[in-house]
Ligand binder design. Structure first.
Ligand SMILES: Cc1cc2nc3c(=O)[nH]c(=O)nc-3n(C[C@H](O)[C@H](O)[C@H](O)COP(=O)(O)O)c2cc1C
Length: 277
């Protein structure tokens, strides 16, 4: 049930919703050009809400949503130079303050991640989040114990031999090369049978990361944690409430940075081909 409703007194019959619908589910009534979704088209609707977003008079509601609760697009301008500088100055953060972020801030970052696009609007990306340092420390200790056990029992896959050194550094000196002593961690995972699971996760974490920059919160894409959790000790997925039908897209650690960069780095694309035919 799509709950597609038009407030007829507000509808100006501009047909913008009809033209915008990506699956052409919306039709206009012959009699008075009021938009509607015929019963046999309901299944093709992907609930992208473009109809709600494009309606100039807020006459259209879908999925029980009040269009007046949406952010107005008048409020979205970001100076492009500021955005450019933010992107140029984003850095992988490997040094964190030993403090928790406010849970409300983390929730807001998660909301931004949930606003990322997903293939066929599946919106099935799930997030496992550690939002307190105590849990992070307990999880990390558990993960490092598992790693050490695998090494002792010769169960470490050969391609991950280099984790032996990480384990030694942790056991002898509590040097944390894998999680970088970050206070928080987010794992984005999605059903393997959704249209684009890993890409959806990566995009969601990119939104999370860029928004984090605006709050001076540091992030790190954590491939080491992904290898440890997904390939070396996959039993850890259960602790993180990752369903076995889900694929882990990526893992990111984050928190208040203990490092301040004075400038951005200087990069350009290695190879760009402009195609003309
Ligand atoms: C998919 C991915 C996985 C990464 N995994 C790790 C990691 O496990 N540990 C780490 O210290 N850095 C990791 N990085 C960070 C990269 O090393 C970093 O992006 C690169 O050195 C450039 O630095 P910058 O992000 O500050 O521009 C990862 C980055 C990406 C994109």
């Amino acid at each position: 049930m799509l709950n597609f409703k038009i407030e007829e007194s507000k509808c100006i019959k501009c047909a913008k919703c009809f033209k915008e619908c990506p699956t052409r589910a919306i039709k206009l009534s012959d009699k008075d050009k009021i938009p509607f979704i015929p019963a046999d088209k309901e299944e093709s609707c992907i609930l992208c809400q473009h109809c709600l977003a494009v309606c100039p008079t807020a006459a259209l509601s879908i999925d029980g949503l009040d269009p007046l609760n949406s952010v107005s697009t008048d409020k979205t301008s970001v100076e492009s130079e500021k955005m450019e500088n933010l992107i140029r100055c984003r850095r992988s953060c490997r040094n964190y303050l030993n403090e928790n972020l406010d849970p409300a801030t983390i929730n807001k970052m998660l909301e931004m991640a949930a606003n990322a696009p997903t293939g066929v609007n599946s919106r099935s990306t799930a997030f496992s989040v550690i939002n307190d340092m105590e849990t992070m420390f307990k999880f990390k200790t558990e993960a490092m114990n598992r790693l050490s056990e695998k090494i002792k029992n010769s169960q470490l896959p050969q391609q991950f031999d280099f984790f032996t050194d990480f384990s030694k550094k942790w056991e002898e000196k509590k040097i944390d090369i894998i999680f970088r002593n970050a206070p928080h961690m987010i794992i984005a995972h999605a059903p393997k049978d959704s249209p684009t699971p890993e890409t959806d996760c990566a995009i969601a974490l990119s939104y999370f990361e860029i928004y984090a920059q605006t709050l001076q919160i540091g992030t790190l894409w954590c491939g080491m944690a992904k290898w440890l959790i997904c390939d070396i000790a996959p039993e850890l997925k259960k602790v993180l409430k990752i369903d076995e039908n889900n694929s882990v897209g990526y893992i990111m650690v984050f928190g208040r940075p203990a490092v301040k960069y004075a400038r951005g780095v200087q990069r350009r694309a290695e190879k760009i081909d402009f195609i003309k035919m």
